[in-house]
Design a protein around this ligand. Structure first.
Ligand code: DQA
Length: 157
């Protein structure tokens, strides 16, 4: 809990993590992922979090090790997670194991996707993350993040 100048004395911490290629939002296949940039998404997500009394930080990395280390950080800091694992969704057992640490620590971890992977290529139909997530929200564009934050707020509020 922080009681600093940001004024979220009772706010719950949530880390929003975006995986590989999501820094390119806005220009990456906009017909699928929309025109909102990653910076714009970060502003929206932070504001939605504040509306829900959640203190939100947004990070992005193309590097699997960063995502694994950030999950460890969340366990140590008792921070809930909203995770878009991007392509790691489909094959990263290392990230899955790190997410399992978050869930078994009693924290909420919501898997999010902008698109609905089940309506896309077959390799996207498998998520190795879903089995260790609290739940999954997919297919609503940037609204997937808002719904995920609402889920966190309801579970932990
Ligand atoms: C994604 C879906 C993944 O299959 C893809 O690799 C991504 C983005 C989504 O948000 O829809 O990078 O996670």
């Amino acid at each position: 809990m922080r009681s600093d100048v940001r004024g979220y004395a009772d706010a719950m911490n949530v880390l929003v993590v975006n995986g590989p290629n999501l820094r390119r939002l806005g220009t990456r296949e906009p017909e699928k992922y929309g025109s909102t940039t990653h910076d714009e998404l970060a502003v929206l997500v932070t504001q939605w979090g504040a509306d829900l009394q959640l203190e939100v930080e947004v990070r992005q990395s193309d590097d699997e090790a960063d995502l694994v280390h950030w999950m460890h950080e969340c366990v140590d800091a008792q921070t809930h997670v909203v995770l878009n694992p991007a392509a790691f969704t489909h094959y990263s057992y290392a990230l899955r194991d790190a997410c399992a640490l978050v869930s078994t620590a009693g924290l909420t971890l919501v898997e999010v996707h902008l698109t609905n992977p089940h309506a896309r290529e077959e390799f996207r139909h498998t998520s190795v993350i879903s089995g260790v997530a609290s739940g999954t929200i997919a297919g609503f564009g940037v609204d997937s993040y808002r719904l995920a934050l609402e889920a966190v707020a309801r579970r932990v509020g």
